[in-house]
Structures are given as C-alpha cells and as structure tokens.
Design a protein around this ligand. Sequence first.
Ligand SMILES: [Fe+2]
Ligand SMILES: [Fe+2]
Ligand SMILES: [Fe+2]
Length: 286
Amino acid sequence: MSNLDWDINSLSLGIIPLDAHHQEIFQYGQKLCAYHEVTDSGFSEALSHFTKAVQIHFKAEAILFEQFKYPRSSKHIQEHTDFLIRIQGISKKLEAFTIDKITRYIEQWFTNHIQQADMDYVRYFEEHKILLSKDFFKTIDVKATSQPRRSMKSKTLPPGKIKSLDEQHREIAKVLAQIKDLRKTGVSEKRSLLLLPKIITMLEECGKYFSYEEEQMEELEYPSKESHLEDHKTFNKKIKSFKTTLTLHQRDISDSILVFLKDWTMNHILKKDREYKAYLHRRGYK
Ligand SMILES: [Fe+2]
Ligand SMILES: [Fe+2]
Ligand SMILES: [Fe+2]
C-alpha cells in the first residue's frame, strides 16, 4: 500500500510556494489511503478534493511557464492534462479500481513528474537566472486551501553573507596546503609543533563563517538546515579537540588534521555546501 509521503530530499524543488502545493497534494493523497474501499462513503468526495488541489497547482505552473517563456511548456502541460484525464476516468469508474491501485498510481506519477518534468523547469529558471519573487506568487492565485502557508522570501541578503561560503572554502584550501607542506619529508617535528597552533587558529576562524551560513539558512528556510548544522557542530568540536591535544601533549597531529580535512572536503564542502549553493542559486542568489 502506498503512503504518499512527500519526501523533502527527493521531492523538494526549492521553490517554497510550489513545494507547499506538492505537499498539499500529497496530504490529500494520504487522505485517500485512509479509506478501505472505493465504495466507502466520503471516498469520492476526497478524490474530488485531491483533484481540485492538483488543478490549482497545474494552473500555477502553467502561468509560471507562460510568464517566463519556459520552452518545454507544451510537453509539460500535456503531462498534466493526461494525468487529469486519467483521474477523471478513475472517478467515473471507481468500482473498477482498488484504493491501492489508485494511490500507487498517484504516488508514482507525482514522484516521476516532480523529479523529471518539474525539476526541468527549476533548472531552466536557474540557468536563466530567473528569480521567483514573493510578489510574483501574490499575483497568481496559487492558494490550494485557505490555510496560511509559508511564503517565499525575496529579501536580498547582504553580499558578504553569500560570499562567506567561498571565502570559507578558500581558507580551508589554504590550511590543507599548509598541512600537506608539513607532511613533506624533511620537516622536523619541532617546526610542525611551531606551525600547528597557527593552523588551528585558521581553522577556528573558518568555524566563525558558519554563523553567517546558519543565519542565512534560517532566513531562507533551507530545508536541510538541521543536518547541515550538525556537521558544523562536529567541525567545531573536532578543532577544539585538536587544540586540546596539541596543548596538552605537544605532539605532531598534522596527520589527523589532514585526514579530517580531506573527509570534510569530500563530505561537507563537495556535498552539503554544494547542495546548499544550488539551493541559493535556485532562489536567485549568486
Ligand atoms: Fe508539473
Ligand atoms: Fe508540479
Ligand atoms: Fe557548511
């Protein structure tokens, strides 16, 4: 049995009003899953509520395509039409279907459509630097219910905050180069011990950029904020522990720092920071 869960990691477009639509559609879909038989009283009404939410969303996307001259609009709209025709056919011949069959079809269709067709227009907006402002969504009636929804923020962030991500990465790259230098054969432990406190201070400085990044994520309601912040906490803790080890034991820990920074680059900078950067671009920030 399908459960129609809207998963933020695989289904978010990064455009809050449209993500809210998709979530709402999935919620209406979940209500369908709660019935046992298509003949149960209320099921047909629930299916028509679901269809209404879908129609409102499709209309919003069509307006968006027209406004921003999305080139693959007719193919996309055809997919919407085909889906609505199929749902209409199902509603007319309900007894020929099971709830499982209907909800599975809805889940598969939406998952596939969002990940391919919808993501395609997101990429188009991104490539053409189209910023979907809060005002734009106000001009089209995209409300699927009377429930208050989160709005897309169009506030311009101070440029320093956006730049901080690149500055942070440059600093980490500098530290990595210095550490690699220390690892070269012939560098005495004495020299390493002399340079390591300076390197640790540089890493502590990098940690300070995190607060800008975190503030910005909060402001932009970044969906993967929590797991990103967990990584930042781990980074700060790790640097603190390097500092303690160095102060207490005065031993060359450049090897451990190198391993840690390589891992940080692979798993945070190249993955999570990249994802976040793509999100910023989708939201119109450079
Ligand atoms: Fe669509
Ligand atoms: Fe969509
Ligand atoms: Fe980060």
